[in-house]
Design a protein around this ligand. Structure first.
Ligand code: FES
Ligand code: FE
Length: 373
């Protein structure tokens, strides 16, 4: 065996440059994030007409809002006049319209151009043709998903199908009623690491025994290194002594009524490519969304969703939130530890995947396939 040959039990990761090269990242923006369905915002953050969020999707800033007819709309966040960014805030509220801060062109919540200084001197301007450029929108699990592709891929196959496939039973995710749950807590994470390192980390549990002491207390099988994502339909069982999915194994809050007997006292994890991680436990749902901003910079937003009556009651949710917040911090620290090394000559040909991580190779093949396509 030469030094470049790997033993049969190991397979190669992507080369280090895949995690650092701005050209690779630009291609990923174009061929992945700007082509696929992208989870942009929690629908309840846009509760009333005029509420808005701006999010980075690939190379574009996207403005998501709720219009007067209560439907969710999304547009490129660019004024059609001379191209000023329309909204610079991450979130906010307008009364009836968006006004460009440059020359005051004004757009309705449906994107139509409704006013511009001296518009009467331009009677030939078609207000729809010069409206904001719309982006495709869907709602699922209480989230707004957008797609920048002119001809979007099937939402049913790419998002719903991909998410439900992992659980074995296509209806299993519905038991958690994620669209009806309320946000108990949202935390933001700035991670100095490539988005693929974060996906790979989420997909494997080889690291669980080393870096997640609180999680492996509640989910002892994770200490063996096999992630819940490894087997279709498998949920990791809570430890006999754990009363709930909490940082100290203390009882959680009211169980979501739709959760079935076989889902009770189990944890399920789902990755919806390219940027969403869903974690299901009997009394809450944790949804992580990634916003990849640069080859070495990813922002994440994590929501903890509970029954609405639990959130409204003001019950202490901190022990439930703390468990996965710690897991997040531990995971992101690990990713940040790897990122600088991706540039090292030691990683020029990549690293290796051990057998319990072999399924990550399928993710690498998927990325490479998208970039070629
Ligand atoms: Fe927006 Fe001129 S750039 S009004
Ligand atoms: Fe982890």
């Amino acid at each position: 065996m030469t030094s470049t040959e790997l033993p049969a039990s190991l397979i190669r990761t992507l080369p280090g440059s895949a995690y650092t090269d701005p050209q690779v990242f630009a291609l990923e923006q174009e061929k992945i994030f700007e082509q696929m369905w992208f989870c942009a915002a929690r629908a309840s953050d846009l509760a009333a007409p005029g509420n808005f969020r701006t999010v980075q999707v690939g190379r574009e800033s996207v403005l998501v809002t709720r219009s007067r007819d209560h439907s969710v709309r999304a547009f490129l966040n660019i004024c059609r006049h001379r191209g000023a960014r329309l909204c610079t805030e991450e979130s906010g509220e307008v009364k009836r319209a968006f006004q460009c801060p440059y020359h005051a062109w004004t757009y309705g919540l449906d994107g139509k151009l409704v006013a511009a200084p001296n518009l009467t001197s331009m009677p030939d301007v078609d207000r729809t043709a010069y409206g904001l450029i719309p982006v495709h929108v869907r709602e699922w699990l209480g989230y707004v998903w957008v797609c920048l592709a002119a001809d979007p891929p099937s939402f049913e196959e790419d998002v719903i199908g991909a998410a439900t496939e992992r659980l074995g039973d296509p209806r299993a995710i519905e038991h958690y009623q994620a669209d009806e749950l309320a946000v108990g807590r949202t935390l933001h994470y700035e991670v100095r690491a490539n988005w693929k390192l974060i996906v790979e980390n989420f997909m494997e549990c080889y690291h669980c025994a080393t870096i997640h002491p609180e999680l492996t207390e509640v989910l002892p099988e994770f200490a063996d290194g096999y992630a819940a994502q490894y087997y279709v339909g498998h949920g990791a069982e809570f430890a006999a002594e754990a009363e709930g999915f909490t940082v100290d194994g203390s009882p959680g809050v009211e169980r979501i009524p739709g959760v079935s007997q076989d889902q009770d006292r189990r944890y399920y994890a789902i990755t919806v490519k390219p940027q969403v991680f869903i974690n299901l436990v009997p009394d809450h749902v944790i949804v992580l969304r990634m916003y990849p901003l640069a080859a070495d910079h990813t922002v994440l937003e994590c929501d903890w969703l509970f029954l609405k009556e639990v959130v409204d009651s003001g019950k202490d949710l901190s022990r439930s939130v703390e468990l996965f917040h710690r897991v997040n911090m531990q995971d992101f620290d690990a990713c940040e530890r790897c990122q600088p090394a991706m540039d090292s000559r030691a990683y020029a040909a990549g690293g290796v995947l051990v057998p319990s991580e072999h399924h990550i190779r399928a993710f690498h093949d998927w990325v490479e396939g998208r970039l070629r396509g």
